[in-house]
Write a protein that binds this ligand. Sequence first.
Ligand SMILES: NC(=O)c1ccc[n+]([C@@H]2O[C@H](COP(=O)([O-])OP(=O)(O)OC[C@H]3O[C@@H](n4cnc5c(N)ncnc54)[C@H](OP(=O)(O)O)[C@@H]3O)[C@@H](O)[C@H]2O)c1
Length: 333
Amino acid sequence: MKLLILGGTRFIGRYITERALNNGHEVTHFNRGNHAFPEVETLIGDRDGDLSALEGRSFDAVIDTSGFFPRTVSESVSLLAKVVDHYTFISTISVYKEFGEKPCTEDSPVQVISEEEAERVTSNGNGPTEHYGALKALAEKELEKHMPGRVLNIRPGLVVGPHDYSDRFTYWVKRLDDGGDVLAPGKPQRPIQFIDVRDLANCIVDMTEKKVTGVYNVTGSERHLTMGELLDTCKRVSGSKALLHWLDEEFLLSQGVTPWSDLPLWLPESHNAAADINVDKAIAQGLTFRPIEETVSDTLAWLKTRDPSLDWKAGLDREKETKLLNKTDRMYS
Ligand SMILES: NC(=O)c1ccc[n+]([C@@H]2O[C@H](COP(=O)([O-])OP(=O)(O)OC[C@H]3O[C@@H](n4cnc5c(N)ncnc54)[C@H](OP(=O)(O)O)[C@@H]3O)[C@@H](O)[C@H]2O)c1
């Protein structure tokens, strides 16, 4: 199949590309050319205002990893609707209105934003500065309007693994590998969900090949994983002697620790935001999950190749962590 990827070079797109090439497809990227990717043909342009490189081209399918704004998604699909059979859009579970008592299924209510309000949202160069979930929900609708019955909307949860440029999951892999006294948030039994980027990419390419349409949540996993299991796995895989100290959520909040960004994958129980995303539909389409040991081990191996001078985008700095640990009454052994 002739496959166009709008994006394709950073994280999810790079593994979608790898899967598609392995499956024998002819892949073309469309992006601004910020990240070299010599293995495939690249058309240079910008979702916002310069789609000229796509004119006169035709493809069997498109996978869109770089659509955030309803207007730019609408511009791309207007151009492509006549020259592609199938459109796969990478949306997000952030579309959902609330994460509450009940698991979110694909039919759960999504956030709403008017076209006028959506137009006012600005870009930081890589995505919107606000209303991320609501904009994705509106973009999904735009696609369905232009290509009714030919669109696959994939809603991933937190995506993790090698080349993740958000540093969220990677923070924990590194922190446990570094060892010493490690601050862990809340209760070890707290359930968490995430998906390995390779499992997500395989699922996206395989469903695109089958021309599946409709909406699919795609996150992990078949059974509920806990924060305790994740951190124990990071410790075991790295062979570290780290000592975990589970600190009370209310204490952390009172100290100004920001959930998710300071301590990734931590959403306090009091915020009633624990994600419980139902992925039965995607599993029925063939979604599979690799063991978390493999995800941790591959992330750790990639981390060792990463430029150590790069700033971290998520996680507590070590000084703040030590200060918080010292404030507690715990006795460290
Ligand atoms: N990471 C997560 O946990 C997570 C969770 C849920 C959903 N998602 C969704 O996953 C998608 C992002 O995945 P990714 O970054 O890993 O994808 P990617 O395809 O690996 O990288 C993003 C690509 O988009 C291109 N791009 C960005 N802005 C562009 C523009 N204005 N015009 C043309 N190309 C542009 C970038 O290249 P240039 O910079 O060269 O243009 C790059 O190739 C997003 O839609 C996000 O909402 C991610």
